[in-house]
Write a protein that binds this ligand. Structure first.
Ligand code: HEM
Length: 236
């Protein structure tokens, strides 16, 4: 086990598996956030679908167990990506300063994964202050509680919709979300297929398919979060 954590391939494996786990979280997160669009499309001005979804996530015991796992996933992914990047830089030595390192055929994203990761991490700090810290009561916020249909009855819970809706009335915040989402899309366009390659799923039949799937994952997640932020600002 200690070999797995210290050998270079073991570190890459941990980075890949944690990255795939985070992608899974992002799909769940996007599905919940797309309730914001459904509320708008159905004319539910109080955001009852999004509030019900947020209430489900906040009260479901399985989600409560997954939350520390998610935090661990982020820590492992960030830690090992930093360790591997600096190991690679050290191994390459002075070569990394050579001017002509624009290797043809290697996409731009793959050469900028660390920078993209730093942009996403910076976005996440803003994002946690916007929503997570407020919904968990670490920062005071005013909208209070709302009532919404929940599995056949009426439930009371935090008015997450009003918080999100008010947040996206600010153009600067919307621009920050677009930058974060675009960085996420580029990060995933390389990271998704690269994770499968590390795991060993790298034969000539599957690699082109996985590269194509990577672009689709990047467009769905990056595009999805962008559209939601923009739609909230422009229409709701
Ligand atoms: C339109 C864009 C987005 C909206 C409206 C949104 C909304 C939210 C809300 C309301 C929460 C608080 C949930 C709670 O505490 O119960 C949250 C948490 C979180 N979001 Fe987002 N989010 C967006 C984009 C993103 C993106 C792009 C990422 C990752 C790159 C992300 C990662 C997270 C994480 C890690 C948490 C904390 C875990 C959790 O509470 O589920 N979000 N988001």
């Amino acid at each position: 086990m200690s070999n797995l954590l210290t050998a270079s391939i073991g570190k890459k494996l941990l980075m890949s598996v944690s990255g795939l786990f985070l992608i899974l979280f992002l799909f769940v997160h996007l599905i919940l956030n797309s309730f914001l669009l459904l509320d708008g499309a159905m004319g539910y001005q109080t955001g009852q679908m999004f509030n019900a979804g947020a209430h489900f996530m906040a009260t479901n015991p399985f989600i409560k167990v997954m939350e520390p796992m998610l935090a661990l996933g982020f820590i492992v992914h960030i830690l090992y990506s930093l360790i591997l990047t600096f190991q690679n830089m050290k191994a390459r030595g002075p070569q990394r300063y050579a001017s002509g390192n624009k290797t043809t055929g290697v996409e731009w994203a793959s050469q900028n994964m660390l920078v993209l990761g730093i942009v996403i991490f910076s976005f996440l700090i803003v994002h946690m202050f916007d929503f997570f810290m407020r919904m968990r009561g670490y920062i005071a916020w005013t909208p209070g509680e709302a009532e919404f249909p929940f599995f056949g009855s009426i439930a009371k819970g935090e008015d997450a919709y009003t918080l999100v809706n008010a947040t996206f009335k600010n153009l600067t915040i919307v621009i920050i979300y677009i930058i974060g989402s675009v960085a996420l899309a580029f990060h995933l366009a390389h990271g998704f297929w690269s994770s499968f390659q590390t795991i060993g799923w790298n034969n000539t039949t599957w690699m082109p398919r996985l590269r194509c799937a990577s672009n689709i994952v990047a467009i769905i997640l990056g595009g999805g979060f962008t559209v939601i932020a923009l739609a909230q600002y422009l229409f709701f």
